[in-house]
Ligand binder design. Structure first.
Ligand code: NAD
Length: 378
């Protein structure tokens, strides 16, 4: 069994899909590991470290040849998979929404493409949950980025020369990233408030020592899907919430937005008028920028300045902590591939009845099979 680890080709991608630690564990499963030259460099991992862990290093573009399993961070192109074995597993953050044409070309390689971000959020799959492992780091990094752009200290400082007030940080969207942003801002000594449309988050916010801000009417009390995700709210609710938020934001120094609704564009939560109400020197970090953004005027990959308010729109924020993000992502992949391998035969053995496989497999036998992307589930 040959497991290949690709070097990422996207300029915004510093992460890598295996670490020396996971290479050793994959070897113990009876696999040969091939890694493309320099794949770990931006995560601080040298080829020599992979070699010492038992991997072979090959030229970029060569790893997939005769591979049974391919690990990648982003969805590879069909060209990167040249020579791959029929029925091989390609495991990546496959970004399938709106990319059916690309999925079809991968299907054409006869590989089974798995989208790690579609992993069900059930107890058994927690160790494979890339959304959580990466969002947690992104939430932390959002606060670090905000503090780097903010020209003042976060904690209150009482000095002989005078008192510096604590920064006021408002976190919008309290999923995995938002919770970590709250915890990080609290550790830095900020006064933290947060909002979300899911009522369950109120207690979580308060348990982290932050204050919850929301219109808590009947609609709010019902606003969670059975899967634990946010629902699209009514126009009336959005209006009331926007008024509450508008009054609150005017008093904030830092706003971190993380609000997402699965499969849809991110909701706009911070309008231009709200930005204008903020003090010059304030900072907004939009973690939803890659899905359209929660903040009006945010620019992907840029720091925009609107009346002295900085709007930070970094792409791939988890990737800005590449070494940590790679370490966790590699573990997520290792845990998943273990479920795809027959340990006695030391061979790939995909169980098509497994709910993890059903939820994440996008292509099989030359076609798209995932029902959400035009495929017919088998
Ligand atoms: P996400 O990234 O999809 O969204 C981030 C947050 O934005 C969510 O809390 C959402 O409610 C919020 N949001 C959406 N629209 C909003 C709006 N208009 N205003 C304010 N906030 C808005 O969320 P996530 O981090 O992936 O977490 C989603 C859910 O999954 C949570 O319930 C989380 O606890 C749960 N979860 C479960 C597991 C598990 O059981 N294994 C693991 C991770 C997360």
């Amino acid at each position: 069994m040959r497991i290949a680890v690709l070097a990422e080709t996207d300029a915004n991608e510093a992460r890598v899909a295996a670490t020396p630690e996971t290479v050793k564990k994959l070897k113990a499963l009876g696999a040969d590991i091939v890694i493309e030259e320099g794949a770990g460099e931006e995560s601080g991992i040298l080829d020599a470290e992979y070699k010492a862990a038992g991997a072979d290093i090959v030229a970029v573009g060569k790893a997939a040849t005769k591979a049974d399993v391919v690990f990648s961070v982003r969805r590879p192109t069909a060209a990167q998979l040249k020579g791959i074995n029929d029925g091989a597993a390609v495991i990546a953050i496959a970004d399938p929404y709106g990319n059916e044409a690309e999925l079809k070309t991968i299907a054409g390689t006869d590989a089974v493409l798995f989208a790690m971000e579609l992993m069900p959020r059930i107890t058994r799959a927690q160790v494979m949950d890339v959304l959580s492992s990466q969002a947690n780091l992104a939430g932390y990094r959002a606060v670090i980025d905000a503090s780097a752009e903010y020209g003042r200290a976060f904690p209150m400082m009482m000095t002989a020369a005078g008192t510096i007030p604590a920064a006021r940080v408002f976190v919008m969207g309290v999923g995995v990233a938002g919770l970590q942003a709250i915890a990080t801002a609290r550790r830095l000594g900020a006064i933290v408030t947060a909002t979300d449309v899911r009522p369950a988050t109120k207690e979580q916010v308060e348990s982290l020592g932050a204050k919850f801000i929301a219109v808590e009417n009947e609609e709010f009390k019902q606003a969670e899907t059975s899967g634990g995700y946010a629902k699209e709210m009514s126009t009336d609710y959005k209006k009331q919430q926007a008024e509450l938020v508008a009054a609150h934001i005017a008093k904030q120094d830092v706003v971190i937005t993380t609000a997402l609704i699965p499969g849809r564009a991110a909701p706009v939560l911070v309008t231009s008028a709200m930005i204008k109400s903020m003090k010059p020197g304030s900072v907004i970090v939009d973690l939803a920028v890659e899905r359209g953004g929660n903040v009006e005027g945010v620019k992907l990959g840029k720091i925009a300045d609107v009346n002295g308010v900085k709007i930070v729109g970094h792409a791939n924020v988890a990737g800005r902590l590449a070494a940590s993000a790679s370490a966790l992502y590699a573990k997520n992949l290792l845990a998943f591939v273990e479920t795809l391998i027959d340990k006695e035969k030391k061979a790939l053995a995909i169980n098509w009845e497994d709910e993890l496989v059903k939820a994440t497999a996008l292509t099989r036998g030359g076609a798209i099979v995932h029902p959400n992307f035009g495929g017919k589930a088998e």
